[in-house]
Structure formats: C-alpha cells, structure tokens
Design a binder for this molecule. Structure first.
Ligand code: SF4
Length: 259
C-alpha cells in the first residue's frame, strides 16, 4: 500500500468512526478533501426527512399500526417464542418515515423494554442515524423480522420467521418507505428470499415487493448492511457500513459527506 492509499484508508476509517459516533479524530489527515469529508456537504436542496403526507393519512397509519400491535402482536402465540418473551417488540418510529430499518429480532434489553434497538447495538444504530446520516431516530421507523426475543440472542429459526413475517409485511405496506435498510443476514435473507451472505448482499441495491411478486406493485429499494451488534464486535467493518449508508443517503437525496 503506497502513501496515498494509506492516507485514503485512514481517512475512510476516521470518517466512519466519526459518523458512527466517535467524539474526535485521533489525528488530522492533511488533505484538501478531508476538510469537507468530516461533515455533510452544504446544499441548497431542502432536506426531506419524511414523506409529505396530510395529517389524516398519518393518523390513519398510526392507528393501523396500533391495532396490529395491540390486537394481534401483544397476545400472539403463533410461534414458540411467545413462551419465553417478557414483552413483544413491535416497532417504533415515524409512520411517515422515508427510511425503515429492519433487524432480525429483539435482544435481551428490548425484551425487557418492549422497544427495538435500545441496547448497545441500538445505541450504535442511533449514532449511525443521527451522527452519521443527519436524521433523528424519530424520523425513521425501526423494527425486526420477529417480534419476540429469541432466547440467548440466537438468530430466529425459519419457522419463527415464517410465523411472524406477516406482521412485518403489513408494517412495510402501511409505512411504504422510500428505502429499507436490512440490518444483518437474517433480515436481508428474509426480505430478499435468498440464502446469500451479508458480505455478498451489502453495497448493492435490491428490490423488495410487499406483494411477494415483481408482477404486483412497485419495488422498495433495499440496502443490506451489517447489523450494529456485528459492528460492535468487528469495528473494522464500520467503514463498509458507512459506505452502505452513504448510498442510502444519496438515494434519499440527503447531503452526503465528501460529495
Ligand atoms: S415471534 Fe412473532 S409469531 Fe412468534 S409469538 Fe412473537 S409475535 Fe407471534
């Protein structure tokens, strides 16, 4: 690796660290680009954080989501995960969100609180959304493939995913986001109907059809990326997730650092 490549690699790493919530860069990379790469580019284009909907439409979505959660999910016994859960974890966020994050399942902290992504991985996801993408956590919608905690934080089993998937499909159908980010292999594989690994799926756009067939309805673009829990174990991969998120920001018309 020559000096220029080393400097670029360091810049990518530090930029990713900063946008995943690190407080400060340990050194300054003396390039002209680094002057702008550490913060979103200024643009005259207005930043559109939410779908532009009237109040009645938003209220209708909120109510439909509430009914599914209260009348179906909270008392659901469709798979064995109901036996070990404390609280169901339906989803949280804005019913007019343009961006939806889908993980695999609640963890121990989420099982106790009833809210998705509140543990350490959730705190990292919030940094990715806020420090990285320049959005607020309440601007997006966050949920999981399964709504009950798989004990010991294991991946949900195929029969559990199958039993729970309809709730997710209805959440997506109601919110109709502009982009879905699939966090980790189980989420990406479930949404995309593939067994490919996350390393192969990430950094590319994929089409998701709520109807289950490309013959009905418009596709929603899906960007698979690493799960925040994996990034906590493998911080060197943050720069890859940051690159994926920059593709998402460009798709949404958000200011992208370094562009
Ligand atoms: S994981 Fe889903 S299908 Fe299984 S009990 Fe919980 S809500 Fe029902």
């Amino acid at each position: 690796m020559d000096t220029a490549q080393l400097a670029q690699a360091l810049k990518d790493r530090f930029e990713a660290d900063r946008f995943f919530g690190a407080d400060a860069l340990p050194i300054r990379i003396p390039t002209a680009q680094s002057q702008t790469a550490a913060r979103p580019a200024q643009s005259n284009q207005p930043v559109v954080r939410l779908q532009q909907l009237d109040e009645a439409t938003i209220n209708d979505r909120v109510e439909r989501l509430r009914v599914i959660d209260n009348d179906e999910v909270k008392g659901c016994t469709k798979c064995g995960l109901h036996q070990t859960r404390d609280k169901t974890v339906f989803g949280v966020g804005n019913a007019a969100a343009r961006l939806m994050f889908v993980g695999e399942g609640p963890g121990r902290d989420e099982n106790a609180s009833g809210e998705p992504f509140v543990g350490k991985a959730g705190q990292l996801l919030t940094k990715m959304i806020e420090a990285g993408m320049g959005l607020k956590r309440e601007d997006v919608y966050i949920c999981n493939i399964v709504k009950c905690w798989p004990p010991d934080n294991r991946n949900p089993a195929p029969d559990e995913v199958h039993a729970c998937k309809n709730y997710l499909l209805r959440q997506i159908e109601i919110i109709n986001p502009d982009v879905i980010v699939a966090l980790g292999a189980p989420a990406a594989q479930t949404l995309l109907g593939t067994s490919d690994g996350i390393g192969r799926l990430r950094s590319n756009w994929h089409d998701f059809y709520v109807s289950g067939t490309r013959l009905v309805g418009d596709p929603i673009p899906v960007m698979p990326t690493y799960h925040p829990a994996y990034l906590l174990r493998s911080p060197d991969e943050k720069k890859k997730s940051w690159a994926d998120l920059k593709m998402v920001m460009a798709k949404l018309g958000l200011p992208v650092p370094g562009r």
